[in-house]
Design a protein around this ligand. Structure first.
Ligand code: NAG
Length: 336
C-alpha cells in the first residue's frame, strides 16, 4: 500500500514535470498565421539556417546543416540520408535575386570540412577590405565541440581557416558573441550528450548550462547554472549581452563589467523583435512580425531585418525572405 502510494507520487511528479516542460516548449499554444509582407523561400538553401550574422552593408553569413550528439536518432538519420553537409551560406540583402550560395573552404591542416557541424556564429567586420572574421561553433562530427575562426575572402567567396578554440570547459555549445578579435562569450547549452539524458535536462529544469568568456587560450565560466542558454548577442556598444533561454521562454539581459564579467539586469519574455531603449528592452513596443503554420517554414530559429527585408532562418528547413510593408514594422502585434 505504502509502496503503491510512493510509486503513485513518483508518477504524478514525473507527469507534472513533463507537463511543465511541455507548456514551456509552447506545444500547447495555438498561433494565428500572419506575414509582415510578401514572403518567399530563398533559392539555393534547403536544409537549415540555424544562425546568421549580417554585416552593416547587408551580407548575411548563415550556418546550415546543424547536428550534435544530443539530437534524436531520427534527426541523425535524416542528416545522413539527405547527405547534408555543414556549410556556411552567403546571402546578399542588396542582391536578393542571387539567392543563397555555399562558401568554399580553403584547404587547411587544422580544419576538416567533412566533420563540420556548424551552429552559432559571430562576426567581426573589416570595413576596409571586406575580409570579415567569422567565429563559428562547430559540433565536430564524432569529436568535441570547438569554435572555428575563419577569414572571409570576398574576391573568391572563400573561407580561410585561421585557428580553433577548444577547452575542457566546453560542453555542448550553442552560440558565440564577439567582444573583439579572439575574445568572445560562448553559451554552454547542454551538459548531456545522450539524446535521452539531454531530453530530461531539457524538460526537467536541470540548470547545467552557463556562459563562458574565451580570451585567447584562456576560458572562464562567467555565469553558472543556466537552463539551456541558446543564442547570445552583444549590443552595438557592447554594454549588454542578450541571452535567449527558450526552455524558460525568457531572455536574460546582462550588463558587461570592466573585467568582462556579467551582471543580470533584466529577464524578459521571449519574442521575435525586441525594441531597445537605453540598452534595455521596452516591453510596450514588443512586436511579433511573422507566424505561419509551417507552409513556408517550420520552427524558425533566427531572423534579421536589413534593407526592408526580413530574413528568417530555421533549424532544418528553407530560408524565407519577406519584403516588409513599411507600416507593419514597429506595429504592435495582436495577441497570439
Ligand atoms: C584541443 O585540441 C588539441 C589539438 O587537437 C588537442 O591536443 C587537445 O587535447 C584539445 N583540448 C581539449 C581540452 O579537448
Amino acid at each position: 500500500m505504502l509502496r503503491q502510494a510512493f510509486y503513485g507520487l513518483i508518477l504524478s511528479m514525473i507527469c507534472y514535470l513533463l507537463f511543465h516542460g511541455y507548456t514551456k516548449l509552447g506545444l500547447n499554444y495555438h498561433f494565428k498565421k500572419h506575414y509582415p509582407g510578401e514572403c518567399r523561400q530563398v533559392t539555393g538553401l534547403d536544409y537549415g539556417s540555424e544562425h546568421m550574422e549580417v554585416t552593416q552593408d547587408g551580407l548575411a553569413f548563415i550556418t546550415s546543416g546543424v547536428d550534435f550528439p544530443c539530437t534524436s536518432e531520427k534527426y541523425h538519420s535524416f542528416i545522413r540520408e539527405k547527405n547534408i553537409r555543414g556549410t556556411i551560406f552567403l546571402y546578399d540583402f542588396k542582391n536578393p535575386k542571387l539567392g543563397a550560395s555555399a562558401l568554399r573552404f580553403q584547404p587547411s591542416k587544422t580544419f576538416d570540412p567533412a566533420t563540420f557541424q556548424p551552429h552559432g556564429i559571430s562576426l567581426l567586420e573589416d570595413k576596409a577590405k571586406g575580409e570579415h572574421l567569422l567565429y563559428v561553433v562547430n559540433h565536430v562530427r564524432h569529436g568535441k565541440d570547438r569554435v572555428e575562426k575563419f577569414k572571409f575572402i570576398p574576391r573568391v567567396n572563400e573561407l580561410q581557416h585561421l585557428r580553433f578554440f577548444n577547452d575542457s570547459k566546453f560542453l555542448i555549445l550553442n552560440d558565440v558573441a564577439l567582444i573583439g578579435e579572439d575574445k568572445f562569450y560562448a553559451s554552454n547549452y547542454l551538459f548531456f550528450e545522450s539524446h535521452f539524458l539531454s531530453f530530461l535536462e531539457h524538460v526537467l529544469p536541470l540548470p547545467l548550462g552557463g556562459l563562458l568568456l574565451v580570451d585567447g587560450n584562456h576560458v572562464t565560466e562567467v555565469v553558472k547554472s543556466l537552463h539551456g542558454p541558446n543564442g547570445v548577442i552583444l549590443s552595438k556598444d557592447k554594454r549588454h549581452l542578450y541571452v535567449a533561454i527558450p526552455m524558460e521562454g525568457t531572455m536574460h539581459v546582462y550588463e558587461t563589467q570592466k573585467d568582462n564579467g556579467l551582471k543580470l539586469v533584466q529577464d524578459v519574455p521571449e519574442v521575435i523583435r525586441l525594441p531597445l531603449s537605453n540598452g534595455l528592452v521596452d516591453h510596450e513596443k514588443i512586436t511579433e512580425l511573422f507566424y505561419d503554420h509551417g507552409d513556408l517554414i517550420s520552427a524558425s530559429s533566427v531572423a534579421h531585418i536589413h534593407s526592408g527585408q526580413l530574413l528568417i532562418g530555421s533549424v532544418i528547413d528553407k530560408l524565407v525572405v519577406c519584403d516588409l510593408f513599411g507600416k507593419v514594422v514597429g506595429k504592435k502585434a495582436g495577441k497570439v
